[in-house]
Design a protein around this ligand. Structure first.
Ligand code: FDA
Length: 500
């Protein structure tokens, strides 16, 4: 329902009785804009046309503030969106796509970022507002023999990452980040604190580990399983141009990478008509070079390509490279992302077309992440994330642009990503064409609201692509049980399953 401005005032008054005023910023507050953009990662969502400011941003320092915000929101017809690291590819944690359509407030969990490691049990409790880098650092300093399988970009927030899956270079050995969640604490759609998975029930605990953020409640804290890492890991990067056989190497990589020992992960970044191979081996250089020379001679790996380091050093190295200077979080370009899953290897000829796409301008990037290993041993319905044994690898499409072309901030110029994605339809997973929820993409479908509730039919369009038909239905069943009134609603939130 549309919140009227008197509702807005009542909502803010309600918040002010239970949350200290310094933790609530409204658009009139001098630091509101700075806070709003503080974790925005995509210039597309700072531009005026796509920005509709929230009524306020609450920055809770404990669970009661989150509970109060939800209760006040319910009482006065104001929705909340929760933000942890702010990396959502469509900005859904802090913006509403249709300006002025529905008043909303943002609960920004940045101040809740504690990490408590129990090295003896190899577990940690981590708050949603912590970044992956925070977790890596605290784990490795508590015990350098422990690590956690998560993403490459250390600024990603745990709240969104664990809600949607979490892919990284240890997933072939240990699964997704979400596969390693043992327990959690959350605030539900009524403002109740659910202290652990028992309070949630099995179905809700299943849903929050990969069913996407912003759907079922606000997860405050997660208990995760830590995994063993050796004292030395090996990282290498090798670039191949088309003249150096990049097309052949990528063609071979498609079936080789998912079948390699699960201590060894090679991902590929295709950009500017080159293939950049990046590998992590959980062990020493001397042990991995012979494997690669025999199984992937096309790469021509030698000992000189290896960089041996601790696992913690690797997590910084893969993100920052050799440079320790360029760590500023300055907003970069406009960015659009899309994703696909490949089940059957593409031919040489197809890869050649992709490398040259479009013929005149190579402005985009493809990131290929191999599955196989542990990923193939988890059933498609064990968690909401269904892309398991059937998958060779994930493709992420990334396009950067400056927002000054004819498409402005909305459409990349040239539209490399849109035309390539269309071309790829024939080669990737079908019925439905799958996508990864953490690479959120509103082009694949958005909700419509019918009679005050998100329609299941509209949700199916995008939902079956992220979760598969059976998992999506189960997520909608959970939604009906825990949030039948559809309080946590956004452009791609799971709808409650209709009763008949
Ligand atoms: P953000 O705060 O924007 O939240 C994302 C969604 O989850 C929103 O819908 C939000 O409302 C909801 N949400 C947030 N906190 C919640 C909470 N506590 N409880 C319930 N819902 C919550 N992915 C990957 O798997 N591997 C990778 O290596 C990378 N790398 C990467 C790099 C960069 C630069 C970006 C921008 C993104 C990635 N990603 C990624 C994708 C990333 O996993 C995805 O965007 C996550 O949802 C981001 O989580 P944040 O908490 O940062 O986002």
């Amino acid at each position: 329902s549309l919140a009227s401005s008197s509702n807005d005032t009542d909502f803010l008054r309600c918040i002010s009785t239970s949350v200290p005023s310094q933790l609530v910023q409204t658009p009139n507050s001098p630091s509101f804009r700075q806070l709003l953009v503080s974790s925005i990662r995509n210039a597309r969502f700072v531009a005026p046309a796509t920005a509709s400011p929230p009524l306020c941003i609450v920055t809770p320092t404990n669970a009661s503030h989150v509970q109060a915000a939800v209760r006040c929101g319910r009482r006065h017809g104001v929705r909340v969106r929760v933000r942890s690291g702010g990396h959502d590819y469509e900005g859904l944690s802090y913006r509403s796509v249709h300006p002025n359509s529905e008043a909303f407030a943002v609960i920004d969990l940045a101040k809740l970022h504690a990490v408590r490691v129990d090295p003896r049990k190899a577990t940690a409790w981590v708050d949603s507002g912590a970044s992956i880098g925070d977790l890596y650092y605290h784990v490795a300093t508590a015990d350098p023999r422990l690590g956690f399988p998560a993403g490459v970009c250390s600024t990603v927030g745990l709240g969104g990452l664990l809600s949607g899956g979490g892919m990284g270079l240890m997933m072939r050995k240990y699964g997704l980040s979400a596969d390693n969640v043992l327990d959690a604490t959350m605030v539900d759609a009524y403002g109740n604190l659910l202290a652990d998975k028992k309070a949630m029930g099995d179905d809700l605990f299943w849903a929050i580990r990969g069913g996407g953020g912003g759907n079922f409640g606000i997860v405050l804290s997660w208990k995760v399983r830590l995994v063993p890492v050796p004292p030395t890991v090996t990282f290498f990067k090798l670039a191949k141009t088309m003249d150096q056989g990049a097309v052949n190497a990528v063609t071979k990589w498609q079936t080789l990478a998912p079948a390699l020992p699960d201590d060894l992960t090679i991902r590929v970044i295709v950009e500017n008509r080159r293939a950049n191979f990046e590998a992590l081996y959980l062990g020493k250089c001397a042990a991995v070079v012979p494997t690669l020379r025999s199984r992937f001679p096309e790469l021509g790996v030698t000992h000189a390509d290896c960089k041996e380091m601790s696992w913690l050093q690797y997590t910084a190295y893969i993100y920052y490279g050799d440079s320790t200077i360029n760590r500023s979080m300055a907003l970069g370009p406009f960015i659009k992302n899309k994703s696909d899953y490949v089940q059957k290897a593409l031919t040489n000829e197809t890869w050649e077309k992709i490398f040259l796409w479009p013929k005149d301008a190579a402005s985009g990037q493809l990131v290929l992440e191999p599955h196989g290993g542990r990923m193939g041993h988890i059933a498609a319905n064990d968690t909401p994330f269904p892309h398991r044994s059937s998958v060779l690898y994930n493709i992420q499409y990334v396009e950067h642009w400056n927002g000054k072309g004819p498409g402005g901030d909305l459409t990349p110029t040239p539209n490399w990503i849109g035309s390539l994605y269309d071309f790829m339809a024939q080669f990737v997973s079908k019925n439905p064409r799958a996508a990864y929820v953490n690479y959120r993409d509103l082009d694949i479908g958005v909700n419509t609201v019918v009679g005050g509730v998100t329609s299941y039919e509209s949700g199916k369009v995008w939902g079956e692509r992220y979760f598969g038909p059976a998992n999506f239905r189960r997520l909608a069943e959970v939604k009906r049980r825990v949030d039948a009134g559809d309080y946590f609603r956004n452009e791609q939130s799971v709808p409650p399953l209709p009763l008949n």
